[in-house]
Design a protein around this ligand. Sequence first.
Ligand code: ACO
Length: 361
Amino acid sequence: MDAEEWTTYVNESFALSLVRAKADEESLSPEEAYDGFHPTFTYPIFGDEQKVYGYKGLRIEMKFASASLRQYFKVNYKERLPPSSAVDDIEAKLVEAGVLLPDHTKDEETFRKQIEDEAATFKPFGTKMNSYSRRISHELRPDAASNSSWDQKPSAGPTRKSPEPEPDEDLELVEFEIWHATWKTPGFKEYHRRMQLFILLYIEGGSYIKEEEDEWEFVILYEKRQRKHSPDVWTYHFVGYSTLFPFYCYPEKIRLRISQFVILPPYQQEGHGSALYSTIYQYVLTSPRIAELTVEDPAEVFEDLRDRNDLKMLLNHESFMREALGEHWGASTHGGPVRSRHNMSHHHTHHPPHHTHSSHS
Ligand code: ACO
């Protein structure tokens, strides 16, 4: 028997999707595809080769309720070899890795009902830190609207956003909210167990943080939609999150370290990562107890994001620009001063491991 034909590269066969209640799906524009995205990494689950053996025509389906992240799971295949130690038990491996949770369902109808029941009642955990809004067109157009409630705007993108929101029935206001939580936030520990799998699937070297470490802080980004035919109903949809760990900083402050940071693929390249990072940055600037913001072992894409945003902030920093450019710094320079001169240093420090970095080779 040819072993190759029974071997599947998992990442392509593993389809993830975010599912909304029927009434909320109506509001989605055609280009907003929240289904059929794939993991970038599955080696923590299926081994270095990211392959499984024993199936032909394999498709692993994992759906998430877009708000609560409750799970639906199904393994589809055309053929499977008889169970043996060589044949991978996909479900067992996902459970063992803490990706598939014990309360998942394999029944579409049960899953649908869960979503319908909770969509309008789900509320984010913790306290709201920030928000911004966008107008999204239901037709693809080269320029759509974007505005932001704080000064570090996500940059206007090539589609969907334009500087001037027009009073157009086709343009729908979509809000995004960023919330802050800790382990003490009621219900959050359980919710975190539902989000953490995205760290394994999208951050190279990523691993779960320890619930016993009390100090962790979390910032979570949600899309907030107004229900089309019931405008008093707002629903939330998970977009991404970051974990932050405070280290002692002599003599009486803390150094906050961004440890994990992920925006789900359907929302990437739209400025949400920048919005989340800027919110954390502003949080640090406005918290007297925090002296420094650092990043743990940043991926190259994250370094890009940080550099772009830090540069934007410096360009908006009046006294920095005055010092840097001297007399050349003029009235045409836009933006106002930032509030303090905290050291936003970017070296990554080597502290005891908190979650990651048995670097994947
Ligand atoms: N429309 C279109 N494109 C835009 C818009 C917009 N409105 N705004 C920004 N962009 C562009 C940016 O210019 C940027 O382009 P570039 O890549 O050519 O420089 C790009 O989109 C990315 O910027 P954002 O959209 O702000 O970032 P995004 O939301 O895509 O998030 C992130 C970036 C977090 C790295 C995301 O890709 C991700 O989660 N990746 C997987 C996980 C990961 O690698 N995380 C970091 C690990 S390191 C750590 O955890 C400390």
